[in-house]
Design a protein around this ligand. Structure first.
Ligand code: FAD
Length: 409
């Protein structure tokens, strides 16, 4: 029986990154995946949602294109094509991932794996000997008590990928990244959206000023939200909130977080969502890279991004984390010519500064998902504001907003 140096359970971002890095470093690796390579991120998470979001944004732009002088009198909409485009995108990305994993020398076994002992992994039909076991088995949608997923009225973020047509109205429980991105997708398509959030603000993990801006944007888009509220009861297809409001949506998306999936056995190395730490694909990737290739990374500088218009991105310290020794500086994106050209003037760039260094960045703006990396590079490398001022930022761009803020200091 062939013996491998590493046996990895789970072929999502954590598992395939660890596998490819270890193989590149000369180790023999066997990877077990019970479903499809790419895990939640590629098959049920990051990629499919961004594909839906893209279609919905184009739809929303067409609906309002008159105001920029583009008159579209006749257009049709076919949700099945939106789904087909999402499926094609996922399949294409998966094919190139499968090829990359194969070319790296990792052996992939498509089967559910369980651990027999610290050197033995079992599938239904075979036994494999390994020197080390890595668990990268990911996470699954969390269920609230009294709100069991039924795939029909109460949906998880997995179930929602199976809808065949757009609802007229939807109630989303939870306003983290998943809840907000789906709220944006549905709202762009003209679906009536309501959100219930237990915390004081939408997007509770964000900087409070970011949360408040998101609330303002959602109000403008007629997305209803109920803060510091929960579902107390469901009667038939009517949802009754703690505060008594009754909502009768076509269905409910329950997006209240994810819980780790871990085999019930001791294992020293657990990577990605299965750890229950930061449940993001790039965190899983960098954690795996740190483990397999000893590339250090500072988990406190893991960026968060919420996609849609405008994008929301942040890293480092937030308003609620700082004391008066920090200074906050802010630029509304209305100050940027590019934002006016793009008709994307709602948002801001906010930096948290101390001793000539940046400690936090909070961006609500078109291109925020790219902008955040510019600031991250400054933060991680402790580049002084005086040195950043020497960089020539192109005009007109959103990036020059970073320069404009710092130039004013
Ligand atoms: C709707 C949604 C949108 C998201 N959007 C983003 C985003 O935009 N950006 C971002 O960074 N993150 C996003 N995420 C989170 C991201 O998907 C996860 O953080 C990431 O997939 C974690 O990677 P992982 O490898 O730890 O786990 P997973 O991707 O969950 O992979 C685990 C794999 O292990 C396999 N497995 C489990 N048990 C076994 C077993 N016993 N035997 C064999 N195989 C097994 C599973 O089938 C799965 O393929 C999103 C998640 C969701 C649900």
């Amino acid at each position: 029986m062939e013996r491998y140096e590493y046996g990895i359970i789970g072929g999502g971002p954590a598992g395939y990154t660890a596998g490819m890095c270890l193989a590149k470093n000369g180790h023999s690796v066997i990877l077990f995946e019970k479903d499809k390579l790419g895990g939640t991120c590629l098959n049920r998470g990051c990629i499919p949602t961004k594909s839906f979001l893209h279609s919905s944004e184009i739809y929303a732009q067409i609906m309002t294109s008159d105001k920029i002088g583009v008159h579209i009198d006749d257009f049709s909409f076919d949700f099945s094509k939106v789904v087909e485009k999402k499926d094609t995108t996922v399949e294409r990305v998966r094919k190139s991932l499968e090829l990359a994993v194969k070319n790296s020398g990792v052996k992939t076994v498509y089967a559910k794996a369980c651990i027999k002992d610290k050197n033995t992994i079992l599938t239904e039909s075979e036994e494999y000997k390994v020197d080390n076991i890595i668990i990268a088995s990911g996470s699954k949608p969390k269920e609230l008590s009294g709100l069991k997923f039924d795939g029909e009225f109460i949906l998880s973020s997995d179930d929602i990928l199976n809808i065949k047509e757009l609802p007229k109205s939807v109630l989303i429980i939870g306003s983290g990244a998943i809840g907000l991105e789906w709220a944006r997708i549905f709202s762009n398509f003209g679906v009536e959206v309501s959100i219930v959030e237990a915390a004081e603000h939408l997007l509770p993990l964000a900087d409070t000023e970011v949360s408040k801006r998101v609330e303002r944007i959602f109000k403008q888009k007629k997305v209803k939200f109920y803060l510091q509220n929960t579902v107390s009861e469901i009667k038939g297809r009517t949802v009754i909130l703690k505060t008594g409001e009754e909502i009768s949506p076509d269905f409910v998306l329950s997006a209240v977080g994810r819980e780790p999936v871990k085999p019930d056995c001791p294992c020293e190395t657990i990577l990605g969502d299965a750890c229950g730490e930061i449940q993001l694909a790039h965190y899983a990737i960098h954690q795996a890279q740190q483990f397999a290739s000893k590339v250090p990374f500072d988990k406190n500088l893991t960026p968060s991004v919420i996609y849609g218009e405008p994008e929301i991105a942040w890293a480092g310290l937030r308003e609620q984390d700082i004391d008066e020794s920090y200074k906050k500086v802010m630029l509304p994106v209305t100050a940027l010519g590019k934002a006016w050209c793009d008709d994307a003037t709602d948002g801001f760039i906010k930096l948290i500064i101390k001793d000539n260094l940046i400690y936090g960045a909070h961006i609500v703006s078109k291109e925020a998902s790219s902008l955040i990396h510019t600031v991250l590079a400054f933060m991680q490398n402790k580049i002084k504001i005086e040195d950043i001022k020497q960089i020539c930022f192109a005009h007109p761009t959103y990036s020059e907003g970073i320069f404009d803020i710092l130039a004013g200091l």
